[in-house]
Design a protein around this ligand. Sequence first.
Ligand SMILES: NC(=O)C1=CN([C@@H]2O[C@H](COP(=O)(O)OP(=O)(O)OC[C@H]3O[C@@H](n4cnc5c(N)ncnc54)[C@H](O)[C@@H]3O)[C@@H](O)[C@H]2O)C=CC1
Ligand SMILES: O=C([O-])CC(=O)C(=O)O
Length: 309
Amino acid sequence: MKVTVVGAGNVGATCADVLAYREIANEVILVDIKEGVAEGKALDVWQKAPINLYDTRTTGVTNDYEKTAGSDVVVITSGLPRKPGMTRDDLIETNAGIVKSVTEQVIKYSPEAIIVIVSNPLDVMTYQAHISSKLPRTKVIGMAGILDTARYRAFLAEELNVSPKDIQAVLMGGHGDTMVPLPRYTTVGGIPVTELIEKDKLDAIIERTKFGGGELVKLMGTSAWYAPGSAAAQMVEAIVRDQKRVFPVCIKLDGEYGIDDCYLGVPVILGKNGVEKVIELDLNSDEKALLEDSRLHVKEVMAVLERLS
Ligand SMILES: NC(=O)C1=CN([C@@H]2O[C@H](COP(=O)(O)OP(=O)(O)OC[C@H]3O[C@@H](n4cnc5c(N)ncnc54)[C@H](O)[C@@H]3O)[C@@H](O)[C@H]2O)C=CC1
Ligand SMILES: O=C([O-])CC(=O)C(=O)O
């Protein structure tokens, strides 16, 4: 299995590292526009192989898409990260141009690839890659839900003093402040979370999750990379190993949840064909209202993209 990661910055390099040391792919190509960056980071990951004992070949290139030919999965992380005081949506103008040109080059050499978008604003960059690639919607998907759910699970594990491994959760909607965590579908070792935590504490964790990306931007002056890079690699693993994992993933909705023509995070089954099924939960009226807020927000940002192009 061959996987290309475009953007050898914080998230892209982390993703390539996880793909290599967990031997998720046989071959990883790291691409960046900045001369030497991808080559250097790929070489560094390869030099770690004898220490951490893996044999995934990792190669870096500067804008040379011929080397990415025949990739099974392409992860796109190229683009600006936000700085303190910015929203993800503020990145749209620069990142739309980057995602468009990268997608066009990737698809030229890997027409059968499944594309995983990471660049922000996530839902609308997935839209951009979908229209630029002309691939079916099931093969152009965005990474956000695994990360947002991981933050929610990590905060709950800390509060309840349990292993994060035992917390299962699902989170829907856009990757932003309007994301929709679903306490009704959150369990701790099979026990509904609402039986283990007071409502005000759970509400505080949900609020912290919604602003989880911003919390890290404030601390570091740029956005997160360890959890995002690992989350993207987990999506790649589900695809290349045909694992049929159930994850929240951003995809264009075509009638599911009564929503048409909008890119939103929803639970899906992820396997070798990309999204193999969108799982439709029976949402209650409060959850439906939150999802509708999220849809309206993403639609507004989609309209900005349409005006730009
Ligand atoms: N979906 C999500 O949950 C998350 C999304 N992100 C987003 O991922 C993106 C990357 O974040 P970082 O890695 O932290 O940024 P970074 O600045 O560390 O890396 C971005 C890399 O993209 C490269 N690049 C720019 N234009 C390019 C082009 N045309 N072709 C190839 N490479 C190009 C840059 O040279 C740089 O090395 C940002 O847009 C950020 O907002 C970050 C974390 C989570
Ligand atoms: O917050 C950001 O800008 C990066 C991101 O999407 C996240 O970490 O959730």
